[in-house]
Ligand binder design. Structure first.
Ligand SMILES: [Mg+2]
Length: 246
């Protein structure tokens, strides 16, 4: 029956009521865009090129995992042993080499609902926008380039910063503080993503976890994962931010 733990401001930890968001961090796949499977295609081509096996990453990995984890797990399953450092380097590089073409040629590539209206509006309203993605930094920018979305994101945390999604989310929040000129209270960061891994990473970093049911999981699943807020799509208003997109 003890009171919840409190921080130095006397506010219950995990309680961001009364704090206005300042930075908004977006996952990429299933949140901003659907690449139409371009990510998986690039891995398939890379494994086929180097090992003669058109590997299906979906058979070995879950949505929301970081690229280094995807590379390592898929490698171990299709090649039959843990990759050496050089083997992992080679498959990661080959995959990145193929990604631009896979994105370029993807028939199913699309920007998800509400994104093209939301990003310029948030920028205009003075929010700092960043990325939190399991993709390595270059992969993130390749995926967003086709829709010309890179220009909205000043900073990010990437799969090349950590194989652990919580850690790369913390990194993104530190980088937000670098840009703002002072440490960002993580409770003033919204982390927007389409998987339970985005939500657990948000909470692990002390931020607000906003689930958006536009990717791999529905609203109920994101609620069950502990999301602080769940949206059907990015057409709906983000918590603490005025004016829903019409
Ligand atoms: Mg995602």
């Amino acid at each position: 029956m003890s009171d919840p733990a409190r921080d130095e401001h006397g506010q219950a930890i995990g309680d961001n009521r009364g704090l206005k968001p300042l930075a908004i961090l977006f996952d990429i796949d299933g949140t901003l865009i659907d690449s139409g499977g371009a990510g998986a295609t690039s891995w398939r081509w890379a494994f086929d090129d180097l090992y003669g096996v058109p590997a299906d990453i979906g058979a070995y990995t879950d949505a929301g995992m970081t690229d280094p984890e995807v590379g390592r797990l898929t490698f171990a399953n299709v090649v039959g042993h843990e990759p050496s450092e050089r083997e992992l380097d080679a498959i990661m590089a080959k995959r990145l080499e193929y990604l631009s073409r896979a994105v370029e040629e993807s028939k199913g590539y699309r920007v998800l609902d509400g994104v093209e209206e939301l990003l310029p509006r948030l920028t205009e309203q003075g929010y700092l926008l960043g990325l939190t993605t399991g993709g390595v930094e270059a992969a993130a920018h390749i995926k967003l380039a086709r829709a010309d979305l890179n220009r909205y994101f000043t900073f990010g945390g990437y799969g090349s910063d950590s194989t652990d999604r919580t850690e790369l989310t913390k990194t993104a929040i530190v980088r937000a503080g670098t840009i703002l000129g002072s440490t960002l209270d993580p409770r003033r960061a919204l982390v927007v993503g389409d998987t339970p891994l985005d939500i657990s990473a948000a909470h692990g970093a002390g931020a607000v976890g906003v689930g958006v049911a536009s990717g791999h999981y529905d609203k109920k699943e994101l609620e069950a994962a502990g999301a602080d807020y769940v949206l059907g799509s990015l057409r709906e208003a983000l918590p603490g931010i005025a004016e829903p997109v019409r």
